[in-house]
Design a protein around this ligand. Sequence first.
Ligand code: NAP
Length: 338
Amino acid sequence: MAGTVFVSGGSGYIAGFLIRQLVEQGWTVHTSIRDLVKESAVRASLGVDDSRVKFFAADLMGDAGWAEAMAGCSHVAHVASPLPASAPRHEDELIVPAREGALRALRAAKATGVKRFVMTSSMAAVAYGHGPGKSRFTEDDWTNVDSPDAYAYVKSKTLAERAARAWVAEQGGGIEFCTVNPVLVLGPLQSGDYSTSLEAIKKMLEGALPGLPNFGFGVVDVRDVADMHVRCLTAPDMAGERFLCSGPFLWMREIADILRAGLSPQARKVPKRRLPDWLVRLSARFDPVVRQVIGELGHERDADTSHARTKLGWTARPAEDSILDTARSMIELGIVKV
Ligand code: NAP
């Protein structure tokens, strides 16, 4: 099955891998970027046949361009959403573009007769604000945005997914809507413009961390995230579906062990010593980035992916491959000096 598909945020990490896989499978891709000035750079990093990808300008914060970009498309993957490296001054800087952008994309999809709409949500919309006793999550779980655990990005993804589902239920007409909810996305890079999700590996490799805090993440490979999107675009009966997209949960000390075992001398700056929780809590008082994620300390959030495996036939590659491919790409592209 192939045709014409719209992918929002073509400059992004996940969208780049998704566009490549779609073109390989015979699709023609329409994609949006905020400003067409970036088109040639994005085309260069995509490295696919230029005639198979068409660029349009559209911002999550404005109506212009969305309907033109989706004209002639039967399928949509709405991937764009803000993912900043630092804490915003106000949570609305993330919540408003995430939520309003999703609704803009949905309205344009309905107006242009799109049949299937796949939205990139997140584990952030699933696994926060449940208290320390819960560590395993399924598609039935929803983040509690009123919890102190829910920082701005977590709220933005939860409120955007909820708003999109409510809109589809009330006004979606015949659109088949589903979400892909990934954990931390790692894997190879195609350019020096990398997603915030790779920041932890960069900091470990360049010795920017004084030790290893007791943080952990579910890890999934960008190629497998793209593959799940393709499956959601093409599998039958997707209306209302939600899929957790995850490999294993790993503590930072386990990620550090994988880097050391796989890279030997190139991992010499990766810290070995564990940072005590009290020290991490103290540093959160002074560092807004640490403060934002302090609720993650010692908190395991493991995703049950049996639904994706059964319904989509999806599998995740070993996390070691994703972690080492991230590191090798960063070294090859000169993003980190080891
Ligand atoms: P990314 O590389 O930062 O991509 C984000 C994309 O969103 C970029 O194309 C960016 O455009 C676009 N964007 C942001 N604000 C926008 C705006 N106001 N108008 C139009 N476009 C805007 O991050 P990614 O990792 O590929 O993330 C893609 C999606 O996956 C997001 O929805 C994110 O929440 C979700 N996700 C990511 C992870 C992860 O670990 N990476 C995990 C779970 C879910 P510019 O290039 O112009 O900034």
